[in-house]
Write a new protein. Structure first.
Length: 435
């Protein structure tokens, strides 16, 4: 392993940890605390929905971040963009941790919260694409798929750390937790950010990007090229990711509020169950990564989506029972199976775009799915309430996304990979990247 690949892999892993640590702590805080802290003048149920909408606002910003930083990554290089996204993402998260509540500064509190959430979303929008490309484009061709899963490990590890944080905080006095304890995870994220930032400063540009752009030149307008010539592939990437993104937000945000609210399950029980699910993902990722030496990424993604469709009703039946052991089992099994899709993304998505527009293409496609999934907790909360505060409409909603993802993955996997041959023709013709 080259020194640059090692640094890129570690730097990508830390950035991914920060991304998903931030994702989970904000989702948990919005479900459990932000309704009363930032929207105290509303009915408690309405306050929770409003706080979940601030959660969703960050997802609206992600595709914009994908466009902005994708353009930067394809124009000025992966390395510099790789550093900027972490700085923006980390700073906004830390500032949320020191933000005064409504009781201190009134209406400015939710306004500033939304602004910080937007900045956080912009940074996250460019983070995943940069992390993946810094590893995939530096790795030997035979090892691209395996190295691609290493930044993906940051998702379950970040979830484990965030969940462990809130599980520990749940042991605090309720008033102290509501007053200041919720801030601790946001402030603690600074440690991960600093480590990741220092590592990333020492990473060089990817060899593949340097070689192929020297041969064919950089795209003058990656965003224009993606939206005019590769828009079909962007939509397929978004559709392929729809189930995983939706299920994760439903399981880690909606289920937390549903189980603790309607079912009366203790918060630590639900949070620990998600923690166990994260551990299952850490175990599953290397397993599915090794399978990528034999199986096609498309096949693995379809496996994750279709088993998710089959498992979603049993998942909610186990949650509904309120038994701590069965809730944990539900999280472990569904998280493990869903990891198949997560492992398939890096090479499946990267290979359908030539390197001159790859950062933009995968970032926009990957983050476009988050517009849908970001609003999923609010939408399924409404569906659940409209159906009598039950779970079955939520299960149907998630099942539909799984079927869509499987179909999109099937089509995406049949597209010829866009490597050097595609790049060679990209400057002369648009056929190489047209979906």
């Amino acid at each position: 392993m080259s020194s640059n690949l090692a640094k890129a892999t570690v730097g990508a892993f830390f950035g991914s940890c920060v991304e998903w640590f931030d994702f989970f702590i904000y989702g948990t805080a919005s479900a459990l605390f932000f309704g009363t802290l930032f929207f105290p003048e509303t009915d408690p149920a309405v306050g929770t929905v409003l706080s979940l909408l601030t959660f969703a606002v960050g997802f609206l910003a992600r595709p914009l971040g994908g466009i902005l930083f994708g353009h930067m990554g394809d124009r000025i290089g992966r390395k510099n963009t790789f550093v900027v996204t972490l700085a923006l993402m980390g700073t906004s998260t830390f500032l949320i941790g020191v933000l005064p509540t409504y009781g201190s500064i009134g209406i400015w509190a939710p306004i500033i919260l939304v602004c910080l959430r937007i900045l956080q979303g912009l940074g996250v929008g460019g983070e995943w694409g940069g992390s993946i490309l810094m590893t995939v484009e530096n790795a030997p061709s035979k090892w691209r798929a395996f190295f691609g899963i290493l930044p993906q490990l940051g998702s379950p590890v970040g979830t484990i750390m965030a969940n462990g944080s809130f599980s520990a905080l749940a042991l605090m006095d309720k008033d102290a937790l509501q007053s200041w304890g919720w801030r601790i995870p946001f402030l603690a994220s600074a440690v991960l950010i600093i480590i990741g930032f220092v590592i990333r400063l020492g990473v060089g540009e990817t060899e593949e990007f340097k070689a192929e752009t020297e041969e064919t030149g950089k795209s003058k307008s990656p965003v224009k090229e993606v939206f005019t010539q590769a828009w079909g592939r962007v939509l397929l990437v978004a559709g392929s990711r729809l189930y995983e993104a939706t299920f994760f937000t439903v399981a880690t945000v909606f289920v937390v509020g549903y189980a603790t609210g309607k079912l009366g399950v203790e918060k630590p029980v639900v949070l620990n169950s998600i923690l166990y699910g994260g551990i299952a993902e850490v175990i599953a990722l290397p397993i599915f990564g090794l399978l990528l030496f034999k199986a096609k990424p498309r096949t693995l993604l379809q496996f994750g989506a279709l088993t998710g469709a089959l498992a979603i009703f049993p998942f909610f039946l186990l949650i509904e029972g309120g038994n701590p052991v069965l809730i944990a089992l539900a999280m472990i099994v569904t998280f493990f199976l869903g990891t198949a899709s997560w492992a398939a993304y890096p090479t499946l998505f990267a290979d359908v775009f030539p390197s001159r527009i790859r950062y933009t293409g995968i970032s926009v496609g990957f983050q476009a799915a988050t517009i849908f999934s970001g609003f999923a907790p609010s939408v399924v909360s409404y569906l659940s309430i409209a159906a009598g505060n039950t779970w079955w409409p939520v299960a149907i909603f998630v099942m539909i996304t799984a079927l869509v993802s499987s179909g999109c993955a099937f089509v995406l996997g049949r597209i010829k990979p866009a490597g050097k041959d595609a790049n060679a023709g990209a400057g002369k013709t648009t056929k190489a990247v047209r979906a």
